[in-house]
Design a binder for this molecule. Structure first.
Ligand code: TYD
Length: 210
């Protein structure tokens, strides 16, 4: 039996991590035991890579950044995502390989074809069944994040134009595969976003877990 692979994408401060937790709670209420993970991260090795990647004190060039993201991805896909799907579980992943296409491609300007090749190498070609895009104007997202967290990571600190390019690339990606992507207006409140996310997720659920 194969489970359901759902990924959550969006810019900084889009509220998607809150939505991962809320949709997980809804799934539990329906008797599912979802597996939650995140990128970069999700395994001890990938969490170590995450700490390197997000540290504002470290310089990291675009190609090093992309390759570290992919190294972390290969580990979480092998050790968390694939085994969970093989066991029939619903997997909720906070960011996945589309983040690389949007941030390292749209944001940093690395070649899209190369990044797609690296993504395939890291994931073995595993694609999400559903990708929820929490779309938000960067000014609004970054202001939210500053209010909520106080501290910002290395990528948050990129200029507004970087975040605008990331957003544009996400919207382009969503337009190329509308059967997989659902674009949500993340300026909406958390309750409304939860309802919209659930409306996208629920019809795709496997009939029951093992
Ligand atoms: P995080 O604090 O988890 O941000 P968010 O809450 O917005 O998800 O930091 C993850 C950062 O890593 C985020 O700025 C996006 C970036 N990222 C990439 O640039 N490429 C990638 O492939 C992934 C997975 C993340």
């Amino acid at each position: 039996m194969t489970g359901l692979f759902v990924t959550f994408e969006g810019g900084e401060g889009s509220g998607k991590s809150t939505q991962v937790a809320r949709l997980a709670a809804r799934l539990r209420a329906r008797g599912f035991e979802p597996v939650l993970t995140r990128e970069p991260g999700g395994t001890p090795l990938a969490e170590g890579i995450r700490a390197l990647l997000l540290d504002p004190a470290r310089h990291c060039g675009p190609m090093s950044e992309a390759l570290l993201m992919e190294a972390a991805r290969a580990d979480v896909v092998t050790h968390v995502v694939r085994p969970a799907l093989a066991a029939g579980r619903v997997v909720l992943c906070d960011r996945y390989d589309d983040s690389t296409l949007a941030y390292q491609g749209g944001g940093r300007g690395l070649d899209a074809g190369l990044l797609a090749t690296l993504n395939r190498a890291a994931t073995g070609g595993l694609l999400p069944d559903l990708t929820l895009l929490y779309d938000i104007p960067p000014e609004l997202g970054l202001a939210r994040r500053e209010r909520a967290a106080g501290d910002t990571n290395r990528l948050d600190r990129e200029p507004a134009e970087f975040h605008a390019r990331v957003r544009r690339r996400y919207l382009e990606l969503a337009a190329t595969a509308p059967e997989r992507w659902v674009v949500l207006d993340a300026a909406a409140g958390p309750d409304e976003l939860e309802s919209l996310g659930w409306a996208a997720l629920e019809p795709r659920l496997p009939r029951r877990e093992p």
